[in-house]
Design a protein around this ligand. Structure first.
Ligand SMILES: Cc1ncc(COP(=O)(O)O)c(C=O)c1O
Length: 362
């Protein structure tokens, strides 16, 4: 079996580096290597002695320790460093999904969260985002595996604390296996570090990364958290794929995680400013119908007036203004536009102005 085309990728490849204003991507606008080294408090002298060997298969001891520290009660033996979160998801699904495995997830979704399970013969149960952030919704969903992506891509929604506690209690009492995709955990509304559902002892596994939130997607570092046996199986599977993460990426990743308190608050403020700017004007955008500001992460979901092709809208917007957004059709849900809030503030504001002033979009 082969997965279908990854619907967002064609457009991202075409526009993400050329657009005047990139609201299409789900990551913070990228830093240069020089800027990244400065954020990570590293210099060329720290990097030049790194031996260009294969890093340890499971990830370096130091990096796994830094990642484990992000999760209460998780040890470094329960961490596998992977090439992006995409690889962590690929490994986890291959170990968790068999033909006819029922997998429930918030809909719409990042395509890898259902396309890989479908390729493996799993049966996908979509749970509408309009109901998904209430615990009792999940009590009515019978599945073998629950995939909870929070903060959620593409809507930017997450669970209010009361619902979150109820949800975890329910999953625990029913001994459910859950995979939490927490890629956007470093950008909760209000700052700090976002909530996590990961707890390997309960079979609450997790995938994560900082690359989107820190503006360093090119580092290609992510991770999987699970119990020791699961991690050993995933590691053995990874030996056939990317095998190891390059040691330079690992060292920079460690520096960024160690130093995050010195730069993350600034990033959080920057993203929140873009979200606030968008929230204050979205009603003036042509043919817009509804918008709920994200409660975490870097993306939001704008509803268009009925009957408008999201693809046609996105294409025209790009042609007329240079503003790049993703159409809902790329998420298999017509009538919406996904907005990314990671652009630099000045560019984002100028993009918003051009979008508002563009009266002949349809
Ligand atoms: C929810 C979610 N999970 C996983 C990924 C994959 O991320 P990575 O670039 O770390 O492979 C993405 C990327 O957009 C995502 O949005």
């Amino acid at each position: 079996m082969e997965p279908r085309e990854f619907f967002i990728e064609d457009r991202l490849e075409r526009y993400r580096l050329n657009a005047f204003c990139n609201m299409g991507e789900s990551g913070l606008s990228h830093f240069t290597l020089e800027e990244v080294l400065s954020l990570a408090c590293l210099t060329w002298k720290d990097l030049s002695p790194i031996p260009m060997y294969d890093a340890p298969n499971q990830g370096s001891f130091e990096l796994r320790s830094a990642i484990a520290n992000l999760y209460p009660g998780v040890s470094k033996e329960e961490v596998l460093v992977t090439t992006g979160t995409g690889e962590a998801l690929y490994l986890a699904f291959h170990l968790l999904v068999k033909p006819k495995t029922k997998l429930a997830l918030i809909w719409p979704a990042f395509q890898a969260l259902y396309e890989i399970p479908k390729m493996l013969g799993g049966e996908v149960i979509p749970v509408s985002y309009e109901k998904a952030f209430f615990a009792n919704t999940w009590e009515k969903v019978q599945a073998d595996l629950y995939v909870i992506n929070h903060p959620h891509n593409p809507t930017g929604q997450t669970f209010p604390l009361g619902e979150w506690d109820k949800l975890l209690t329910f999953f625990r009492s029913q001994k459910k296996t859950v995979l939490f995709d927490e890629h956007y955990r470093f950008l909760p509304k209000g700052g700090g570090l976002g909530i996590t559902g990961v707890n390997p002892g309960d079979q609450f596994y997790g995938t994560g990364s900082f690359t989107k939130c820190f503006g360093v997607t090119g580092l290609r570092v992510g991770w999987l958290i699970a119990d020791k046996d699961f991690i050993q199986r995933a590691r053995s599977f990874k030996d056939y794929l990317t095998h190891t993460v390059n040691p330079i990426s690992e060292r920079i990743a460690l520096g960024l995680l160690t130093e995050k308190e010195s730069f993350l608050p600034e990033i959080q403020k920057r993203v929140q400013k873009n979200i606030d700017a968008f929230t204050s004007v979205w009603q003036k955008l042509p043919k817009s119908q509804s918008f709920t500001p994200p409660s975490g992460g870097l993306v939001g979901w704008l509803q268009l007036e009925p009957g408008i092709s999201s693809e046609g809208y996105a294409d025209k917007l790009y042609l007329k203004t240079g503003v790049f957004v993703l159409p809902g059709s790329n998420f298999e849900m017509e009538g919406y536009i996904r907005i990314g809030f990671g652009a630099k503030e000045g560019v984002f504001l100028e993009g918003l102005t051009r979008w508002m002033e563009c009266t002949d979009l349809i």
